[in-house]
Design a protein around this ligand. Structure first.
Ligand code: SAM
Ligand code: SF4
Length: 359
């Protein structure tokens, strides 16, 4: 079982201590392969109102003690360091489900105060968004990405193990009504989601949302992912192409992980993020903080560095920055699970599943 919470693996790489040999003298979060992290993902909780089969176990994740979570003030301090010292420009709150964290509005406010010029967004399943969207916007949130895999109630309940589609749709409508356009909808691409894909795209087009399908990654707590069960972009396009005219769009940014198609001559688009079959590890500019305050340099690397302990032991900004920089210098090159020859040092089933890392 891949679900280990509570700072599972704060340890150096097997057999050797983290090294900074060759690291250039820069404040930025550089790694050994020349990548620079400017995009910070922060998980604010491991708890969730859904139990998506590709993410959580049916019983949910083991609870993290409240005192083990980073507080809004601690998150604010780390975001300030990231923005001011490392040049981070994008901050995204995730989880678990960020809206179930009682202090989510304070967390947004702390991030905004710490990084006034950064893009501040949230990835959410939208349950409860109708009640919180006003306060979140007032606190400084810029955007939401909403995860939605099906607009059929029974199908949604099957995929998420919860009959909560009406609550999700209330959240989507609230985001649109609050002027949060463009609302991006994310769906995980797998055999079970394929059959609802056409209705989902029709919903997105009707509501002016941008729909993107993300290839399923081996980060489900149940460890059922198998390469041979993956649905390809071609299969998805064939399915959608029965009802929609799809024209490929020129990519603005060749490094962007999303391939996009114009739907019925636009303006709506549908995208595929081929995170497995066309890995974008080479252009990865992410750094992650788990809910318990560890830096995770890569989704697929269980090596984590405990910033919470440093914060709570009274470390100054220089010590925090140095620990974060060392953690990112050790970032592995790539996930390596699509070419049949994963690097055994960096790829094994992860100790944390997606919901425990923060997607
Ligand atoms: N609960 C929020 C939500 O669902 O949007 C935020 C956390 S969730 C872990 C973040 C994103 O990760 C969601 O868009 C979800 O679909 C995606 N995700 C979860 N498990 C995944 C997997 N095994 N492969 C690909 N994406 C996954
Ligand atoms: Fe919860 Fe998001 Fe994981 Fe679904 S994908 S179980 S909503 S954390």
């Amino acid at each position: 079982m891949a679900v280990v919470l509570g700072i599972p693996s704060v340890r150096p790489a097997p057999g050797r201590a983290p090294s900074t040999a060759g690291r250039p003298d820069t404040d930025a979060l550089v790694d050994r392969f020349g990548r620079v992290a400017r995009d910070l993902r922060i998980s604010v909780t491991e708890k969730c109102s859904l139990r998506c089969t590709y993410c959580m176990p049916a019983e949910g994740l083991p609870a993290v003690a409240r005192e083990d979570l980073l507080t809004p003030a601690e998150i604010g301090r780390l975001v300030r360091l990231a923005a001011q010292r490392f040049g981070v420009t994008d901050v995204r709150l995730t989880g678990g489900e960020p809206l179930v964290r009682p202090e989510i509005v304070q967390i947004v406010a702390a991030c905004r105060a710490a990084a006034p010029g950064a893009s501040l967004s949230m990835t959410t399943n939208a349950i409860g968004l109708d009640r919180k969207v006003g306060a979140l916007l007032a606190a400084g949130l810029d955007r939401v990405n909403i995860s939605l895999d099906s607009v059929d109630r029974a199908h949604f309940a099957e995929l998420t193990r919860r009959d909560r589609l009406p609550a999700v749709l209330r959240g989507v409508r609230a985001a649109l009504a609050a002027g949060l356009a463009p609302v991006k909808l994310n769906a995980v691409l797998m055999p079970e989601t394929l059959r609802g894909a056409r209705d989902l795209l029709a919903f997105a087009v009707a509501h002016g949302c941008h729909l993107r399908f993300i290839e399923q990654m081996p980060l489900d707590a149940d460890q059922r992912w198998a390469r041979e069960h993956m649905v390809t972009a071609e299969t998805l396009l064939a399915e959608l192409g029965r009802d929609f005219r799809l024209a490929p769009l020129q990519r603005d940014d060749p490094a962007s992980p999303a391939e996009e198609w114009l739907v019925d001559d636009g303006p709506q688009t549908v995208g595929v993020i081929a995170s497995v079959t066309r890995s974008f590890c080479g252009a990865c500019d992410r750094t992650r903080l788990t809910a318990e305050g560890t830096v995770r340099a890569c989704l697929f690397g269980d090596q984590e560095t405990d910033l919470r302990a440093l914060l709570r032991s009274g470390a100054d900004d220089d010590a925090l920055a140095a620990a974060w920089q060392v953690a990112m210098w050790a970032k592995p090159w790539a996930h390596g699970f699509d070419d049949g020859a994963p690097d055994p040092e960096t790829f094994a089933p992860t100790l944390r599943s997606m919901g425990a890392i923060g997607g």
